[in-house]
Design a protein around this ligand. Structure first.
Ligand SMILES: [Zn+2]
Length: 832
């Protein structure tokens, strides 16, 4: 799914199944907190040398690992390594055959005598495996005989133990070597630097990679297969772009800004990118969106940009790529000590996505991203009562929105509190004093105070250790005699559990005929009033001008004031707020006119997009006309495609058929043509069936138009399309095309059991994307026959690598509710 679809997903309240899947699969990797407290350590793992011999045909490998350890405790009688499902055939302790026992979760090695602190040992283990997790085989099969062969790993959170018997918790760091013996035509990537390659007599080739600086073992990586790479140099180190054979033409379009990101982050932090290389390897069917393995990030091929579609994209896959790059400092150079402190990895990586946007695309861009994150975070109500740092075990992807989105927002607020110079100096100091170490939140707090002498205890208390965010209710009255406004502010959040009142300085801007004036007030109580001078009745009052605080706000204003705000506010979030508010005003022609103006003329594209959403919501002929005007007046495909999507809301207007047909055929951007095809189905235009079935048969880059036409057929709801949709949903067709067809057919001919059974059969396929598309499609279809197969899927554990079992369970609940006659609820997946 192209990146733009994912970005649009973030803007839409209602997610289509296909978009929901894309949103899940582009989430950067997330730690799972099986052990909420870090372990106590008996030994320090100092060096780990792994050799893997890959047997692709049997989806298995042989391995040898040598661990160099130093004892940290007295009188320890045995050492233990995490190891799951690995068959161990030999083990030596300090060069001699040794006894060992294997349990379901460990290898235990008795020491010859009780330890003295500082004793060193070398433990060698020979083993083999065909793992369910940790190391994955992707390649040709009977349905897709031409796929490149790929082997890759995913360690986070606790899956390295599925392919190496090892100490597998983040609170230790080690240097490492990865040696891979693979077919001679393959390429490999691992941590650190390539030390050398050697051709073996049996036609295989051995690659040796070495990482001289320490890492936590979940950040070990091995990627091997039929890949091609392009290499550049940045400040003396190699920068590698690795893609499956056949995808070479995506490299430049996708990764051309990588060196700019390396410059921006190194310079702003004043900490040079710390590793011997930076490799980005894109692999098929990756179980995460991206994974920040030390010096060698792994990415999903879904983020690769077809050069023919690149001009349709505002930021390409910058969000994902900048996120993983930022982890090379925050996550890899300093690493969370336990999973409860994962926000020190993820909050920072999220913040740096927006920082990159600010650097490269301007402050409006990052303000807009934070504004959207804020809306999303509040929409996920389950997050509100939980603090960012929380001790919990089990699969915690449910609260990822706190660690990623809220974590990023906390850093935005911290920057506002400290000011730019102190903020960046504080981060520099944090990285330098903790370089190569494991950290907890207190380390960040301490580093900031050491560097700046600003006390941040209260800030961390309310934003990190406690939950929620302020929900403000604001109103004001102007007193002409006193020439002042009385501003009433309430905090309406329920104060209970981990949620309290917030104490924040808030910027209030009052604009009168004579100009703007900003006053900072301290809001800390449940109800407070403030008086602010104003020489005449305000044209506009902005509370938290520029959206510097993570908050929700109900500001009781006259609609005329929102009209003024939309046109005149200097900051993007304030104009976007006004666009949203005007979309909710009923029967207010001046509001539609203001939105119409903004949709075509606002200087920032995101405000135009918000105005278009509000016009779509407002409905009526004036709104429709404004959207049609915006289709023609917006040069950017990422705005025009939103306008076309919104036309899909006007189902009664028969004249839209010809317009959308024209756009589908002739717009210069594929994304706009695709949006027009889907909208044709939505408005149920009389010619839609013919246009869409014809478009399914055509060709376009990445089959963009075919996939949109299939979605359009789903929207159209014409059961004549069922045979065509089933044909394109079948194994052997392109995966994205199948996803579109599966999502579309799910909503058709609801009594047709063949459709349900066909969809159920797709759950057994090995392709992650198809599984997820099908899960959501079955949930949407509502046929109770799917309950048992979905329950079997959860039990099989096949989905646990992506940590999204909870979303399958949500579909099961929805189906059960529907079967028992309740209104089904379709929970939205996390969108960050
Ligand atoms: Zn991340």
């Amino acid at each position: 799914m192209p990146r733009s679809t994912w970005q649009r997903a973030a803007l839409c309240a209602v997610l289509s199944a296909a978009v929901a899947i894309a949103a899940i699969l582009l989430i950067p990797a997330k730690g799972r907190a099986d052990e909420p407290y870090a372990r106590s350590r008996d030994y320090d793992l100092q060096h780990v040398k792994t050799h893997l011999w890959i047997d692709f045909d049997h989806k298995s490998f042989r391995g040898e690992v040598t661990h160099s350890i130093a004892m940290l405790q007295e009188n320890v009688s045995r050492v233990q390594f995490d190891s799951v499902d690995l068959k161990i055939s030999a083990l030596t302790l300090d060069g001699k055959d040794a006894k060992y026992t294997v349990t379901a979760s460990d290898v235990v090695v008795p020491l010859n005598s009780p330890s003295k602190k500082g004793d060193t040992h070398e433990i060698f283990i020979r083993y083999e495996g065909s793992p369910k997790k940790g190391l994955y085989f992707v390649g040709p099969d009977k349905n897709y005989p031409n796929r490149p062969k790929e082997v890759w790993t995913q360690g986070e959170a606790e899956d390295t133990r599925y392919y190496i018997p090892i100490y597998d918790y983040p609170n230790d760091r080690t240097t490492s070597e990865m040696i891979m013996t693979v077919p001679s035509s393959w390429l490999t990537i691992s941590n650190g630097q390539l030390v050398g390659t050697k051709d073996e007599s049996d036609g295989t080739k051995t690659w040796t990679w070495k990482q001289d600086q320490t890492l936590s073992t979940y950040l070990i990586t091995a990627v091997a297969g039929e890949f091609v790479e392009k290499t550049e140099t940045w400040r003396g180190i190699p920068v590698r772009y690795v893609v499956p054979k056949g995808k070479e033409d995506t490299i430049d379009a996708t990764f051309e800004r990588t060196k700019g990101m390396l410059d921006a982050f190194s310079d702003k932090l004043d900490v040079k990118y710390p590793w011997a290389q930076y490799a980005q390897s894109s692999v098929d069917d990756f179980v995460e969106g991206g994974m920040e393995n030390t010096s060698a990030t792994t990415l999903t091929t879904r983020g690769l940009l077809n050069p023919a579609l690149a001009p349709d994209e505002k930021r390409g896959s910058d969000d994902l790529d900048s996120h993983e790059l930022a982890h090379q400092w925050f996550g890899d150079l300093v690493t969370c000590k336990d999973w409860s402190n994962i926000w020190l990895n993820e909050g920072f990586a999220t913040y740096f996505e927006h920082f990159w946007a600010e650097q490269h695309y301007g402050a409006d861009e990052s303000d807009y991203e934070f504004w959207r994150d804020q809306t999303q975070w509040f929409r996920q109500a389950r997050l509100y009562t939980h603090p960012i740092v929380e001790r919990k075990s089990g699969d915690s992807i449910e609260f990822a929105g706190n660690e990623y989105t809220k974590g990023g927002w906390v850093l935005r607020m911290l920057r506002a509190k400290l000011g730019d110079d102190y903020f960046w100096a504080g981060l520099h100091h944090y990285l330098e004093v903790n370089r190569g170490q494991n950290v907890v939140t207190a380390d960040l707090q301490k580093a900031i105070e050491q560097q700046t002498n600003i006390n941040v205890d209260q800030f961390f208390h309310q934003w990190i250790w406690r939950a929620g965010a302020p929900k403000y209710e604001v109103s004001y009255a102007y007193d002409p005699a006193a020439k002042q406004i009385k501003l009433d502010v309430k905090q309406t959040q329920k104060v209970e559990g981990m949620v309290g009142l917030f104490d924040m300085p808030v910027d209030v801007e009052v604009t009168t005929a004579s100009g703007h004036k900003t006053t900072t007030i301290d809001v800390s109580q449940a109800e407070q009033s403030f008086t602010i001078p104003a020489d005449s009745a305000p044209l506009i009052v902005l509370f938290d001008k520029g959206d510097k605080i993570l908050k929700s706000m109900e500001f009781k204003k006259e609609p005329t004031q929102y009209v003024y705000q939309l046109k005149n506010a200097s900051d993007v979030p304030d104009r976007a707020d006004a666009a949203v508010a005007l979309g909710l005003a009923k029967d207010y022609p001046d509001g539609i006119a203001a939105l119409a103006n903004a949709a075509s003329h606002d200087p920032f594209w995101g405000v135009r997009v918000q105005a278009l959403h509000s016009l779509g919501k407002a409905s009526g002929p004036a709104a429709e006309k404004a959207i049609l005007t915006a289709v023609d007046s917006n040069p950017e495909p990422w705005v025009r495609s939103v306008a076309v999507e919104e036309l899909g809301e006007f189902k009664d207007d028969a004249s839209l058929g010809p317009k959308l047909t024209d756009l589908a055929a002739n717009d210069k951007a594929y994304s706009v043509r695709a949006a027009a095809l889907t909208a044709l189905g939505e408005v149920r235009a009389p010619n839609a069936y013919d246009v869409l079935t014809a478009a399914v048969k055509g060709t376009s880059p990445d089959d963009t138009l075919r996939n949109a036409a299939l979605e359009g057929l789903g929207e159209l709801g014409d059961d004549r399309a069922v045979p065509m949709l089933l044909e394109w949903s079948a194994a052997g067709k392109d995966i994205d095309t199948r996803s579109a067809a599966i999502g579309a057919v799910a909503g058709l001919d609801l009594k047709n059991k063949t459709i349900t059974q066909t969809l159920i059969s797709y759950l057994k396929e090995p392709y992650t994307d198809i599984k997820f598309t099908t899960v959501f499609a079955l949930g949407r279809r509502g046929d109770p026959d799917a309950i048992q197969p979905l329950e079997d899927l959860v039990k099989s554990g096949d989905l646990s690598a992506t940590g999204t079992g909870s979303f399958v369970e949500a579909q099961i609940r929805a189906l059960k509710a529907k079967a028992s006659g309740e209104q089904p609820k379709q929970p939205a997946p996390p969108q960050n």
